[in-house]
Ligand binder design. Structure first.
Ligand code: FE2
Length: 264
């Protein structure tokens, strides 16, 4: 199975610019690009911050842009989103019994778990008792290897201003997945607006640039120095799943550098 992962689309009311870039246009360009270049992708995943201010018109734009995607689209909220407005514009989106936008899907041989870490009014991620119970049940009810999708990382990534707004309840989260860590074969997250990969407690993780604006790479600034922004080029990822492999390619879809043969 092949799917597309993109994140942090940050659409705004009226379709105008945000930080000197146009999120509506950037997302349209991403969709147009993968529809042409990855027509065999079977799903699209967007790991939160669908909109910047949670405005109704921004979700309306998202729905319109995604209407041309001829494959299932799986959304989760980020800290910039409004869960209630997402439900207004995507009424068929799946929620758990407590109203959180979280659900599971079979992705080939894997169980894809989509986790909601949004908490209204705050930038950091929240993992409450209800979400802990839900996540543990999903892990316990399956024997498949797991792909875990969430907006906020549950471990530090070294950019201190962003680490200050990662998932707040790290210990309860680690308790919830205790005993299942070896089945979590890839964690996908958003929030950071940078390409980062590695592993945490042997769980491989991956994230990438947003489709509009990025967080500048600064591993030295203090947490209270503010989040450094930068208009680096956007990305989406192409994820290929097989029993043996999780293969992730990153596409800089606006890159126009020349192509040439490397043969002498
Ligand atoms: Fe974001």
């Amino acid at each position: 199975m092949k799917f597309i992962h993109l994140t942090d689309t940050h659409l705004i009311e009226g379709g105008g610019d945000l930080y000197g870039s146009n999120p509506n246009q950037r997302l349209r360009q991403a969709v147009a690009h993968f529809m042409v270049h990855q027509p065999d992708a079977e799903a699209l995943v967007i790991t939160g911050d669908l909109t910047h201010y949670g405005e109704a018109d921004a979700y309306k734009q998202l729905r319109e842009i995604l209407s041309v995607v001829n494959k299932p689209v799986y959304l989760i909220p980020g800290n910039h989103d409004r869960r209630d407005v997402i439900k207004d514009y995507f009424p068929s989106i799946e929620c758990d019994e407590n109203g959180f936008i979280q659900y599971t899907k079979d992705f080939g041989d894997y169980l894809a778990i989509f986790l909601d870490t949004n908490e209204p009014g705050v930038s950091w991620g929240v993992f409450c008792e209800q979400r802990s119970t839900w996540l543990r049940k999903q892990l316990a009810d399956s024997t498949k290897p797991v792909l875990l999708f969430m907006h906020h990382p549950f471990f530090p990534i070294g950019i201190h201003s962003m680490d200050a707004i990662s998932l707040r309840e790290t210990a309860p989260f680690l308790d919830a997945i205790k005993g299942f860590e070896s089945r979590i074969q890839q964690v996908f997250f958003g929030h950071i607006h940078r390409p980062i990969t590695g592993s945490y407690r042997k769980m491989p993780f991956f994230t990438l640039k947003g489709t509009n604006h990025q967080v500048a790479l600064d591993l030295h600034a203090e947490a209270d120095a503010g989040i450094p922004g930068r208009l680096e080029a956007p990305q989406y990822a192409i994820v290929c799943l097989s029993q043996e492999q999780i293969l992730i390619h990153v596409e800089d879809y606006l890159d126009e550098s020349p192509r040439f043969s490397l043969k002498g």
